[in-house]
Design a protein around this ligand. Structure first.
Ligand code: UD1
Length: 312
């Protein structure tokens, strides 16, 4: 039977890639809610005839109630991303990421939605002394953004326990790929560095460039979400989805230089407030609960992403 899926933030980088995958699968009807504050209409332009689009804000309960009506499951991607944005404006990040998530959960519970999968973040861990970071570690957020994501996870689990909604929070680790917006001051580092490589300008590095991330190509995250829709039973868990590796920013710059055939200068600046130093995921839980394995490596992801930025 066809399932109706609501993708919140479906106009964003991750959300719109999820929408495409749901439509390609052929067994889903797709509804999107997005206020296009960080999402982009162009990300959905090619599929507007095949989805139902609600333009609105998840802080608005009436719109959220309309959005959840008659849906079987929700992929909750709507959020204000960015650690530095949240350091600058914590109240706004909290309103969208926490109040918005609580609105969605409350409306979904009232409407009888069975399952909600939420985009959480590797940032919830903070700087743990041990790598890789696994789900048994106590989260220690270092930024308002990380606090909002961890709070969202708690609300998801509590709604699972109290009301029996099947929920899962997926802790994404630095996702990158086609459609990631390079134009904002809060853009992710790979989008920014790819643009620098195409413009043959400079890489601006916060700190010494030895900080490391488990950079994860978008297809891996999309795959985990589709698996989460089909998983037999979800019960409020929070799990990592990543590649299980770590790459420093200097490694990243080497990889981008090679893909672009350039060797650009690096401008080293002060470290960024609220920044985590090392991030690397344990991905055994994702395998256990979802049967997840990363299918696109860091190197392959960089090649595909660079090709996309060159063409677009
Ligand atoms: C964090 C989360 C990630 C989440 C994302 C959402 C961690 C470990 N990761 O990403 O899971 O999805 O927020 O916004 O908390 N940098 C530069 N130059 C630049 C831009 C960035 O040196 O021009 C550096 C940053 O200081 C940071 C690293 O690159 O050390 C990655 O930054 P960014 O891409 O913004 O992502 P995170 O903040 O790591």
């Amino acid at each position: 039977m066809t399932q109706k899926i609501l993708v919140t933030g479906g106009g964003g980088f991750i959300g719109s890639n999820l929408v495409d995958a749901l439509l390609d699968d052929g067994t889903y009807e797709v509804r999107v809610i997005d206020n296009f504050s960080t999402g982009r209409r162009e990300n959905l332009a090619h599929c507007l005839n095949n989805i139902e689009l609600i333009e609105g804000d998840i802080r608005d309960m009436e719109i959220v109630e309309d959005a959840v009506a008659d849906v079987d499951a929700i992929l909750h991607q709507a959020a204000l991303p960015s650690v530095p944005r949240s350091v600058k404006a914590p109240i706004t990040s909290n309103a969208v990421n926490v109040d918005g998530t609580l609105n969605l959960l409350s409306a979904a519970h009232k409407a009888g939605v069975k399952r909600i999968v939420m985009a959480s973040s590797s940032s919830v861990y903070g700087d743990t002394p041990t790598l890789p970071k696994d789900e048994s570690m106590t989260p220690t957020p270092m930024s308002p953004y990380a606090v909002t994501k961890l709070t969202g996870e708690h609300y998801m689990r509590v709604f699972a326990q109290l009301y029996g909604i099947e929920t899962l929070a997926i802790r994404y680790f630095n996702v990158f790929g086609p459609r990631q917006d390079p134009t904002s001051m809060y853009s992710g580092v790979i989008a920014k560095f790819m643009t620098a490589a195409l413009e043959k300008s400079t890489y601006t590095v916060n700190g010494d460039g030895l900080q490391a991330r488990d950079f994860t190509y978008i297809d891996n995250v999309v795959d985990a979400n589709l698996r989460a829709l089909k998983a037999p039973k979800l019960a409020g868990q929070a799990i990592n989805v990543a590649c299980g590796e770590k790459h420093t920013l200097l490694d990243l710059i080497d990889a981008i230089n090679e893909a672009a055939g350039v060797d650009l200068p690096i401008d080293f600046r002060e470290p960024r407030a609220g920044d985590v130093m090392y991030s690397q995921a344990a991905i055994e839980q994702a395998h256990e609960i979802l049967g997840y394995e990363p299918t696109v490596s860091f190197a392959e992801g960089i090649a595909r992403t660079f090709a996309w930025y060159r063409e677009n």
